[in-house]
Design a protein around this ligand. Structure first.
Ligand code: PLP
Length: 279
């Protein structure tokens, strides 16, 4: 089946999908995006993604081109056309095309782009064994809560992780763990789940919220607070959450084993709970 593209209200073959070089998404990273995946062919947590898209767009004073009902219709239609067993849906909303100038004209029509591609889940052996991560200084801007198209710092961090042969870059700002380059980070200490609080330093993940709720339902104490790098290294367990990684154990950070160097019981419980929920 072909990958599906959608531009400004029309489905087009991916190879024919084109936007203007004047588009502000290209020129400035002036826009926002969402990534959604399907489980058993059905898009997961759409309402939470729409809520975040609305928050991100509002923060940039971007006009929302579609209602939630219209977005949902387009996503379902894209998934139907692509007909993959599982799909990942990227939605990008830029401020639109205009001659290059930092200042933007009023009433610019936003550019809406969506692609639907096949989703390949992580290999089961990777989730069973857990992954390695490295810490990297978080050099991102002051509004990481906006899911902005401007991902340069994340791109560089992710590339550095790849070159170091580890799965994820864990970002640290002023001594505190913020999140991963493409995920949120949770730490287990003394049976409690710790994660950075919502706010401008992290992207509040859809999966993060789902997993925190699972933890509460499991009777686990949760603390949304800053986690120092020393607490990260000394954690009983560390795991990542995200649309593409789900709940993924981190067994080594900067070459140091976390706990006994294997996915821990709390991570396994939450990963199993997550699998049940999406299944
Ligand atoms: N943090 C960052 C920087 C991300 O890029 C992502 C996902 O792409 C997440 C967290 C996790 O968010 P979600 O669970 O909504 O996929």
């Amino acid at each position: 089946m072909p990958d599906v593209a959608f531009i400004n209200g029309s489905f087009v073959p991916l190879a024919e999908a084109k936007i203007s070089i004047d588009d502000r998404g290209f020129q400035f990273g002036d826009g926002v995006y969402e990534v959604i995946r399907t489980y058993k062919g059905r898009p997961f947590a759409l309402e939470a993604h729409w809520a975040r898209l609305e928050r991100s767009a509002a923060a940039l004073e971007l006009t929302q081109p579609y209602s939630r009902t219209e977005w949902t219709h387009f996503v379902l239609e894209g998934v139907r056309r692509a007909a993959y067993p599982e799909a990942k849906i990227y939605i990008q909303l830029s401020r639109g095309a205009a001659p290059r100038d930092h200042v933007y004209p009023a009433h610019l029509a936003p550019t809406v782009v969506m692609t639907v591609r096949e989703f390949h889940p992580l290999d089961k052996s990777v989730s069973v064994a857990g992954v390695e991560a490295m810490t990297i200084e978080d050099i991102r801007w002051g509004r990481c809560d906006i899911k902005s198209l401007n991902l340069l710092a994340n791109v560089l961090a992710r590339q550095q992780a790849k070159q170091a042969h580890v799965f994820e870059a864990i970002l640290v700002k002023e001594g505190l763990v913020t999140e991963g380059a493409v995920s949120n980070v949770m730490v287990v200490r003394g049976g409690a789940v710790l994660t950075a609080p919502e706010g401008p330093r992290i992207l509040s993940g859809v999966t993060r919220a789902v997993v925190l709720e699972l933890a509460i339902n499991e009777g686990l104490p949760i603390h949304e607070r800053g986690i120092s790098q020393a607490e990260l290294y000394g954690a009983d367990e560390v795991f990542l959450t995200g649309t593409t990684v789900e709940v993924l154990a981190v067994v080594r950070v900067d070459g140091k084993s976390i706990g006994d160097g294997r996915p821990g019981p709390v991570t396994q419980r939450l990963a199993a709970g997550f699998t049940r929920l999406v299944g």
